[in-house]
Write a protein that binds this ligand. Structure first.
Ligand code: URA
Length: 194
């Protein structure tokens, strides 16, 4: 049922030329995960080179690190998550997607959220957070907090977490370090999914 609606939506995306990213993409990066079993949607920033080549989100270095953290927290990427990005096409040179590009993609995201109807939305990184939350608060100050936000006409539980690309720069696992906090946040998400 969900799959049929999502397949229809994906067909629309494959034709999409609503913004300039459609001119340079190799592939649409529509989603990853099992729409029937997913209890959370994780929203990243934008596809990078590997994602553009494969059509799957979070398969490069950042994706591999994300996988490690999910595993440590006991969250199954395949079963518990449905993964998307703020835009479905790779921005050239991996720049941050422009507001106009995010806006052009917004309807697709909102439809995916409505179809999956997850228990929780995970904003992975500042770009995803900013797309849905208009207060200017750094991700380091708000990560791990459960926000109740109006999204697509429904109040939804949302949690911002660090982006794995940020964690690639910090290796410590010491209490209070970015990697330590990421694991804490994911463990909290795990309990919210139960
Ligand atoms: N970074 C993102 O934000 N999303 C991806 O899909 C890959 C890297």
């Amino acid at each position: 049922m969900k799959k049929k609606k999502l397949d229809e939506l994906k067909r629309e995306c494959l034709e999409c030329k609503k913004c300039v990213l459609g001119e340079t993409r190799i592939n649409i990066v529509f989603s990853d995960g099992n729409p029937e079993s997913a209890k959370a949607i994780l929203i990243g920033e934008a596809p990078g080179e590997n994602e553009d080549k494969t059509g799957t989100p979070f398969v490069g270095r950042a994706g591999k690190l994300l996988n490690e953290f999910l595993e440590k927290a006991g969250i199954s990427r395949e079963k518990d998550l449905y993964i998307i990005n703020t835009v479905k096409c790779r921005p050239p040179k991996n720049r941050v997607p422009a507001d106009t590009e995010k806006k052009a993609c917004e309807d697709y995201l909102l439809k995916q959220i409505e179809i999956i109807n997850p228990k929780i939305l995970i904003f992975c990184g500042a770009t995803a957070l900013k797309s849905f939350y208009d207060k200017k608060i750094p991700i380091s100050k708000i990560r791990g907090e459960v926000l109740e936000l109006e999204i697509g006409g429904k109040t939804r539980k949302c949690i911002p977490i660090f982006h794995p690309s940020y964690l690639l720069r910090y290796h410590s696992l010491e209490e209070g370090s970015p990697r330590y906090l990421m694991l804490e946040d994911l463990k909290k998400i795990k309990t919210l999914l139960a």
